[in-house]
Design a protein around this ligand. Structure first.
Ligand SMILES: C[S@@+](CC[C@H](N)C(=O)[O-])C[C@H]1O[C@@H](n2cnc3c(N)ncnc32)[C@H](O)[C@@H]1O
Length: 372
């Protein structure tokens, strides 16, 4: 990690005695200024909420939080939340912090589906590797609050981690209490459940394989078609290869965010190529997409190279009529950046390669561009 120049630290200290601490965590002044402002706002809100807190104690608390940031702890774990689209999502150590680029893909997908004006009365959305639950929560919010209250929604988030599921359920509860989300079961509902996406269907263990978990869920919720179909499958799975984790993942992410959420651990690094380990979730997710008869699939990926490999895997399945690669900001379309891979897959938006969209059947109409 590059050292901070004393002149920069001095400049920061002149602005605010606490700024050099935050700067040690952020490594750049503009981010440090923003983060210090948010930490101050957080402490002020705490003081307002718990009026017994004296202002000297608040100042001490602010310094304590800045020291944590200096040690590299992510701001989201310190203040306990992160914005994901329009929603404020609770974050806790042990569960991956939601990223803005993920939110941009989800928002763009829902907007494009809505814009077609051709959606059915009822949609089923399955999110695998759900973490804080940010994706199903935002997708539900976008559909129900922003667009059409008419569409019936059955949404399910699945994760292997009990810590993630506990947090996802608390996020759901809080957003409902705050009035951000308003489900009217059974027409609109969202659940979280534990399941292992990678485990074989006949695997016996404490954590059920995904298919068993889905069967139990559909059975318990009184649906007639256990295991059945899901219209939309979304997943942001662990996708970082061991070498990329070692060489390119930042120290703060390595130290504070759960490796379970970042690097797939089901293959032995001695006998498998690095890319193969990073990609391991995708063939399984594609099988699941076929099994549940998904019409739309959105997978997050690390970069354009991984996106191209995933697009090639999907192409081999020979069931998708549409395959697109989206960059970080898929909504921002500049024709100079809209391009294609060597195999002819469209790459849309601006920024780094971020996700792969697949569709077929009715979804060709759901995703059509009304302007074309
Ligand atoms: C990259 S994080 C994504 C979290 C969240 N969807 C988001 O976008 O912020 C991947 C998630 O996959 C979960 N996970 C890891 N292995 C899994 C498995 N075999 N089955 C199901 N979930 C798994 C982790 O617990 C983690 O929450």
């Amino acid at each position: 990690m590059p050292r901070l120049h004393p002149r920069l630290l001095h400049r920061a200290r002149r602005q605010d005695p606490l700024l050099p601490l935050v700067l040690r965590g952020t490594r750049d002044l503009a981010s440090a200024e923003n983060e210090l402002r948010w930490l101050k706002e957080f402490v002020t809100e705490q003081q307002k909420k718990f009026q017994s807190i004296q202002s000297w104690a608040s100042q001490q608390n602010l310094r304590r939080l800045c020291l944590k940031r200096a040690r590299g702890k992510p701001l989201q774990y310190i203040i306990g939340t992160e914005y994901f689209g329009d929603l404020e999502i609770a974050c806790e150590p042990g569960v991956l912090i939601p990223r803005q680029e993920t939110a941009a893909s989800v928002t763009h997908l829902v907007k494009r589906l809505h814009n077609s004006g051709a959606l059915p009365d009822h949609l089923k959305i399955l999110d695998l590797c759900t973490g804080t639950g940010c994706i199903p929560l935002l997708a539900s919010y976008e559909f129900m609050q922003k667009y059409s209250r008419k569409t019936g929604l059955q949404v399910l988030g699945v994760d292997v981690s009990p810590l993630a599921l506990d947090l996802a359920n608390r996020n759901l509860q809080r957003l409902c209490q705050d009035g951000e989300l308003h489900f009217i079961p059974p027409r609109t509902c969202l659940h979280f459940l534990q399941g292992d996406v990678l485990a074989a269907d006949d695997h016996k263990g404490d954590i059920p394989p995904l298919t068993t978990a889905l069967h139990r869920h559909e059975g318990a919720s009184g649906h007639h078609n256990p295991g059945s179909q899901w219209d939309i499958l979304i997943s942001n799975p662990p996708y970082i290869s061991p070498q990329a984790f070692k060489h390119t993942t930042t120290r703060s992410v390595k130290r504070y965010e759960p490796k379970l959420a970042l690097v797939p651990n089901s293959l032995d690094a001695k006998t498998h190529a690095d890319n193969e380990i990073g990609d391991v979730f995708y063939p399984r997710l594609l099988d699941i997409a076929k099994q549940v008869e998904a019409k739309v699939v959105l997978f997050e990926v690390a970069d354009l190279e991984q996106a191209s490999r995933v697009a090639a895997m999907a192409h081999k399945q020979a069931i998708w009529t549409g395959i697109e690669i989206w960059r970080d900001d898929p909504a921002h379309r500049t024709s100079s950046e809209d391009t294609t891979t060597p195999t002819g897959v469209k790459i849309l938006g601006t920024g780094n390669g971020r996700s792969v969209l697949l569709y077929r059947g009715d979804a060709e109409i759901w995703l059509r561009d009304p302007e074309k």
